[in-house]
Design a protein around this ligand. Sequence first.
Ligand SMILES: Nc1ncnc2c1ncn2[C@@H]1O[C@H](COP(=O)(O)OP(=O)(O)OP(=O)(O)O)[C@@H](O)[C@H]1O
Length: 465
Amino acid sequence: MTNQHSKRLLLVDDDDSIRWVLNELLQDMGHQVTQTSSAESAIALLERQVFDLVMSDIRMSGKSGMELLAKCQRDYPELPVIIMTAHSDLESAVGAYQSGAFEYLPKPFDLDEVSATVERALTPKQVATPSADDTPPVKRFSIIGESPAMQDLYRAIGRLSNSQVTVLLHGESGTGKELVANALHQHSPRNEQPFIALNMAAIPKDLIESELFGHEKGAFTGASGRYMGRFEQADGGTLFLDEIGDMPLETQTRLLRVLSEGAFYRIGSTQPTQVDVRIIAATHQNLLDKVEKGEFREDLYHRLNVIPLHLPPLRNRSGDIPLLSEFFLDKISQEIDEPKKQLSEEASKALQNYQWPGNVRQLENVCRWLTVMANSQVIVPADLPPELQAAKNKEIPTVQWQNILANKLVNEYQKGDHEAFIKIQDEFEQIIIKTALETTMGKKAEASKVLGWGRNTLTRKLKQS
Ligand SMILES: Nc1ncnc2c1ncn2[C@@H]1O[C@H](COP(=O)(O)OP(=O)(O)OP(=O)(O)O)[C@@H](O)[C@H]1O
């Protein structure tokens, strides 16, 4: 059915089932859909007909979706293109945005998100077409992971790649905050300038100010020479402030002043120093809790939290563990010139079942340990380091909770509760919802994604609870 808002969409994918699902969705939205299975035929169609939007897969036999995107940018610069892919990584996400894609959608799709993106793309003034001149060169950066949470992150880095906004990274220790901060810098217009990192938790509190702002000779006992602080070192580039929650209150006040005035005084100096620095901050703590307790300035929190990005703990993306371990075993074997170890399927499962309190850093250390210490070429569970062995013994075997659940159901039902099955399903679902919200720091859009539900489903179920 067509209506006055109906638009002409060109759908390009060599997977029939994906085309079928998207075609149904787009037609239900009232649009006219033309489908084709290759970039070549899409180009031929574009020469004959006018379209309002192109949606294209990346990997197809023949020309790729990126080539189609380049052609559209050249010949039809006003035409928005949505790029879709099942093989999302940081490079393709950044590449798609920097080549001018309107949006980048990793498969499997959240259909609510697809329809919202299509509507946005069809709203003319939001079409973003950055010129090729101000796109920084893309550098290779190894952030490993294909889980939905990592795909969200790649998209965010891609979207931010032409901007200089302040970003606040949340995530447990070892989840890759510094790596992501560095990637944000490398993919930004500042990438020819320095990336300087400072960890608030790693330096004594009374040295933080001089580390950040520098000092003049003789400014305090021990200041034997003039010192250029991290702000000056990072001039023109990016300053990464790790563990920002540990910054003393007085330093927070000074930082706020630099952020609003772009200038600061070296300790012992009366001359202001002007700097142009992009700030990326990171924390493993809940800064809002600290604000409530009066330990973190609320105005600074809002200044830093312009774009919040969340890095998931490794245990919540255990599907990425085989990829990450393969990457580390390979990298470490080359670094120390030892033959590369392989993980048996059982050892790989054991790694995926472990809780990883130290996240990716701990996994990297375990891979280093295995490369040096394991006797055999193929690693079996018995080769794993002591902390993983100990955890294995403590682990509740999965059959155990399933048995408890089954027994409870039978007992309740036999006791006469004929609604036992329904009640437990509700209870089960509430636990899943609560855990999803906790692990995504209360973000409903993200929680519905990890649950594999549309956002409306989550909202409805929350209302029912
Ligand atoms: N997704 C990833 N792919 C590849 N390597 C990763 C990934 N995430 C983290 N690492 C590696 O794990 C180690 C820890 O990462 P990083 O220092 O960025 O974590 P962090 O969150 O900043 O930790 P902390 O809060 O303790 O400073 C680094 O060696 C980093 O290269």
